[in-house]
Design a protein around this ligand. Structure first.
Ligand code: G4P
Ligand code: NA
Ligand code: NA
Length: 190
Protein backbone atom coordinates (compact mmCIF):
# COMPACT_ATOMS: atom_id res chain seq x y z
CA UNK A 1 0.00 0.00 0.00
CA UNK A 2 1.89 2.99 -1.34
CA UNK A 3 0.28 5.64 0.87
CA UNK A 4 1.30 3.69 3.97
CA UNK A 5 4.85 3.09 2.73
CA UNK A 6 5.22 6.81 1.97
CA UNK A 7 4.01 7.65 5.47
CA UNK A 8 6.47 5.19 7.03
CA UNK A 9 9.34 6.67 5.01
CA UNK A 10 8.32 10.21 5.90
CA UNK A 11 7.44 9.85 9.58
CA UNK A 12 8.80 6.52 10.80
CA UNK A 13 11.90 6.52 12.96
CA UNK A 14 14.25 3.56 12.97
CA UNK A 15 15.15 3.00 16.62
CA UNK A 16 17.35 -0.04 16.04
CA UNK A 17 17.86 -2.80 13.46
CA UNK A 18 14.61 -4.36 14.67
CA UNK A 19 12.32 -1.57 15.91
CA UNK A 20 10.43 1.04 13.93
CA UNK A 21 8.71 3.89 15.74
CA UNK A 22 5.48 5.08 14.14
CA UNK A 23 4.00 7.07 16.98
CA UNK A 24 2.84 9.95 14.79
CA UNK A 25 0.16 7.96 12.96
CA UNK A 26 -0.35 4.46 14.43
CA UNK A 27 0.87 3.83 17.99
CA UNK A 28 0.19 7.10 19.79
CA UNK A 29 -1.23 9.85 17.62
CA UNK A 30 -3.56 8.36 14.99
CA UNK A 31 -4.03 9.62 11.43
CA UNK A 32 -7.74 8.97 10.79
CA UNK A 33 -7.58 9.54 7.03
CA UNK A 34 -4.73 7.05 6.67
CA UNK A 35 -6.62 4.63 8.95
CA UNK A 36 -9.69 4.98 6.72
CA UNK A 37 -7.60 4.04 3.66
CA UNK A 38 -6.14 1.12 5.62
CA UNK A 39 -9.65 -0.10 6.47
CA UNK A 40 -10.62 0.10 2.79
CA UNK A 41 -7.47 -1.74 1.72
CA UNK A 42 -8.13 -4.62 4.14
CA UNK A 43 -11.73 -4.76 2.87
CA UNK A 44 -10.50 -4.96 -0.74
CA UNK A 45 -7.95 -7.66 -0.01
CA UNK A 46 -10.56 -9.80 1.72
CA UNK A 47 -13.50 -8.88 -0.55
CA UNK A 48 -13.77 -12.57 -1.58
CA UNK A 49 -14.69 -13.55 1.99
CA UNK A 50 -17.68 -12.99 4.23
CA UNK A 51 -16.40 -11.61 7.53
CA UNK A 52 -18.77 -11.65 10.48
CA UNK A 53 -16.30 -10.53 13.12
CA UNK A 54 -13.01 -8.67 13.32
CA UNK A 55 -10.71 -9.74 16.15
CA UNK A 56 -7.83 -7.57 17.33
CA UNK A 57 -5.86 -6.77 20.49
CA UNK A 58 -5.68 -3.56 22.47
CA UNK A 59 -4.52 -0.93 22.01
CA UNK A 60 -2.97 -0.26 18.61
CA UNK A 61 -4.97 -2.85 16.68
CA UNK A 62 -8.25 -1.12 17.51
CA UNK A 63 -8.01 1.84 15.12
CA UNK A 64 -7.30 -0.12 11.90
CA UNK A 65 -9.73 -2.88 12.92
CA UNK A 66 -12.51 -0.36 13.55
CA UNK A 67 -11.98 1.36 10.21
CA UNK A 68 -12.31 -2.02 8.49
CA UNK A 69 -15.42 -2.73 10.55
CA UNK A 70 -16.92 0.54 9.37
CA UNK A 71 -16.29 -0.33 5.71
CA UNK A 72 -17.68 -3.88 5.82
CA UNK A 73 -20.27 -3.43 8.57
CA UNK A 74 -18.84 -6.05 10.93
CA UNK A 75 -18.33 -5.71 14.69
CA UNK A 76 -14.85 -5.45 16.16
CA UNK A 77 -13.80 -7.37 19.27
CA UNK A 78 -10.52 -6.51 20.94
CA UNK A 79 -8.73 -8.89 23.27
CA UNK A 80 -7.96 -7.24 26.58
CA UNK A 81 -4.57 -7.45 28.23
CA UNK A 82 -5.80 -6.80 31.74
CA UNK A 83 -8.79 -8.36 33.36
CA UNK A 84 -11.44 -5.82 34.20
CA UNK A 85 -13.76 -6.16 37.19
CA UNK A 86 -16.76 -6.60 34.94
CA UNK A 87 -14.98 -9.15 32.77
CA UNK A 88 -14.07 -11.61 35.50
CA UNK A 89 -15.25 -14.92 34.11
CA UNK A 90 -16.91 -16.33 31.02
CA UNK A 91 -13.69 -15.75 29.12
CA UNK A 92 -11.52 -17.26 26.47
CA UNK A 93 -7.91 -16.53 27.35
CA UNK A 94 -4.44 -17.20 26.06
CA UNK A 95 -0.88 -16.40 27.09
CA UNK A 96 1.12 -14.10 24.82
CA UNK A 97 4.85 -13.81 25.22
CA UNK A 98 6.48 -10.64 23.91
CA UNK A 99 10.12 -11.14 22.96
CA UNK A 100 10.42 -7.38 22.45
CA UNK A 101 9.32 -6.62 26.00
CA UNK A 102 10.39 -9.94 27.54
CA UNK A 103 7.10 -10.38 29.35
CA UNK A 104 4.11 -12.69 29.16
CA UNK A 105 0.58 -11.33 29.24
CA UNK A 106 -2.69 -13.12 29.48
CA UNK A 107 -5.14 -11.84 26.89
CA UNK A 108 -8.85 -12.47 27.08
CA UNK A 109 -12.12 -12.15 25.18
CA UNK A 110 -15.62 -12.63 26.54
CA UNK A 111 -17.43 -15.73 25.37
CA UNK A 112 -20.36 -13.46 24.54
CA UNK A 113 -18.62 -12.03 21.49
CA UNK A 114 -17.16 -15.02 19.60
CA UNK A 115 -19.05 -18.11 18.56
CA UNK A 116 -18.78 -21.12 16.22
CA UNK A 117 -20.96 -19.18 13.73
CA UNK A 118 -18.30 -16.50 13.27
CA UNK A 119 -16.04 -15.99 10.26
CA UNK A 120 -13.18 -14.12 11.85
CA UNK A 121 -10.53 -11.85 10.39
CA UNK A 122 -7.67 -11.08 12.77
CA UNK A 123 -6.18 -7.57 12.54
CA UNK A 124 -3.10 -6.11 14.22
CA UNK A 125 -0.81 -3.13 13.81
CA UNK A 126 2.56 -4.95 13.77
CA UNK A 127 3.63 -8.50 13.00
CA UNK A 128 7.02 -9.37 14.47
CA UNK A 129 7.37 -12.85 15.95
CA UNK A 130 3.67 -13.52 15.64
CA UNK A 131 3.02 -14.14 19.31
CA UNK A 132 0.04 -11.78 19.54
CA UNK A 133 -1.56 -13.31 16.44
CA UNK A 134 -0.94 -16.80 17.82
CA UNK A 135 -2.81 -15.81 20.99
CA UNK A 136 -5.72 -14.46 18.95
CA UNK A 137 -5.79 -17.64 16.83
CA UNK A 138 -5.87 -19.68 20.03
CA UNK A 139 -8.84 -17.67 21.30
CA UNK A 140 -10.71 -18.04 17.98
CA UNK A 141 -10.01 -21.78 18.10
CA UNK A 142 -11.39 -22.01 21.66
CA UNK A 143 -14.56 -20.34 20.37
CA UNK A 144 -14.61 -22.84 17.47
CA UNK A 145 -14.87 -19.87 15.13
CA UNK A 146 -13.66 -20.05 11.52
CA UNK A 147 -10.55 -17.93 10.90
CA UNK A 148 -10.43 -16.49 7.38
CA UNK A 149 -7.02 -14.90 7.75
CA UNK A 150 -4.91 -12.18 9.24
CA UNK A 151 -4.52 -8.52 8.24
CA UNK A 152 -1.44 -6.64 9.38
CA UNK A 153 -0.64 -2.96 8.94
CA UNK A 154 3.15 -3.31 9.17
CA UNK A 155 4.86 -6.68 8.89
CA UNK A 156 8.53 -6.93 9.81
CA UNK A 157 9.32 -9.59 7.25
CA UNK A 158 12.83 -10.08 8.61
CA UNK A 159 11.29 -11.56 11.76
CA UNK A 160 9.64 -14.98 11.94
CA UNK A 161 5.94 -14.32 12.52
CA UNK A 162 4.73 -14.05 8.94
CA UNK A 163 6.61 -17.15 7.80
CA UNK A 164 5.38 -19.23 10.77
CA UNK A 165 1.76 -18.30 10.10
CA UNK A 166 1.94 -18.82 6.32
CA UNK A 167 3.63 -22.21 6.81
CA UNK A 168 0.54 -23.23 8.78
CA UNK A 169 -1.57 -22.35 5.74
CA UNK A 170 -2.94 -19.17 7.28
CA UNK A 171 -3.61 -16.34 4.86
CA UNK A 172 -1.67 -13.24 5.94
CA UNK A 173 -2.14 -9.89 4.18
CA UNK A 174 0.23 -7.14 5.24
CA UNK A 175 -0.11 -3.62 3.88
CA UNK A 176 3.60 -2.84 4.22
CA UNK A 177 6.27 -5.50 4.57
CA UNK A 178 9.66 -4.39 5.84
CA UNK A 179 12.69 -6.22 4.54
CA UNK A 180 15.28 -4.44 6.64
CA UNK A 181 15.82 -1.66 9.16
CA UNK A 182 19.61 -1.88 8.94
CA UNK A 183 21.71 1.31 8.94
CA UNK A 184 18.74 3.39 10.03
CA UNK A 185 17.03 2.83 6.67
CA UNK A 186 13.59 1.35 6.02
CA UNK A 187 13.67 -1.07 3.11
CA UNK A 188 10.47 -2.77 1.90
CA UNK A 189 9.93 -6.05 0.06
CA UNK A 190 9.07 -5.09 -3.59
P1 G4P B 1 4.67 -10.32 18.14
O1 G4P B 1 3.30 -10.29 18.74
O2 G4P B 1 4.62 -10.29 16.62
O3 G4P B 1 5.49 -11.49 18.64
O4 G4P B 1 5.39 -9.00 18.57
P2 G4P B 1 6.12 -8.56 19.91
O5 G4P B 1 5.69 -9.43 21.04
O6 G4P B 1 7.55 -8.44 19.59
O7 G4P B 1 5.45 -7.14 20.09
C1 G4P B 1 5.11 -6.58 21.33
C2 G4P B 1 4.49 -5.21 21.11
O8 G4P B 1 5.38 -4.41 20.34
C3 G4P B 1 3.19 -5.18 20.36
O9 G4P B 1 2.48 -4.03 20.76
C4 G4P B 1 3.65 -5.01 18.91
O10 G4P B 1 2.62 -4.46 18.10
C5 G4P B 1 4.78 -4.04 19.10
N1 G4P B 1 5.84 -4.05 18.10
C6 G4P B 1 6.61 -5.08 17.69
N2 G4P B 1 7.57 -4.64 16.86
C7 G4P B 1 7.38 -3.30 16.74
C8 G4P B 1 8.05 -2.26 16.03
O11 G4P B 1 9.04 -2.47 15.31
N3 G4P B 1 7.56 -1.01 16.18
C9 G4P B 1 6.48 -0.73 16.96
N4 G4P B 1 6.07 0.55 17.01
N5 G4P B 1 5.83 -1.66 17.65
C10 G4P B 1 6.29 -2.93 17.53
P3 G4P B 1 1.77 -3.92 22.15
O12 G4P B 1 2.71 -4.06 23.28
O13 G4P B 1 0.66 -4.90 22.13
O14 G4P B 1 1.29 -2.44 22.23
P4 G4P B 1 0.04 -1.64 21.70
O15 G4P B 1 -0.78 -2.51 20.80
O16 G4P B 1 -0.71 -1.24 22.91
O17 G4P B 1 0.62 -0.52 20.93
NA1 NA C 1 1.84 -1.99 19.12
NA1 NA D 1 -0.21 -4.53 18.64
Amino acid sequence: MQLLKDKILKEGRVLSDTVLKVDSFLNHQIDPLLMKEIGEEFANRYSDEVITKILTIESSGIAPATMLGLVIGAPVVFARKRKSLTLADNLYSSKVHSFTKNETNEISVSRDFLSPDDNVLIIDDFLANGEAVKGLLDIAQQAEANVIGVGIVIEKGFQQGGQLLREQGIRVESLANIKSLANGQVEFFD
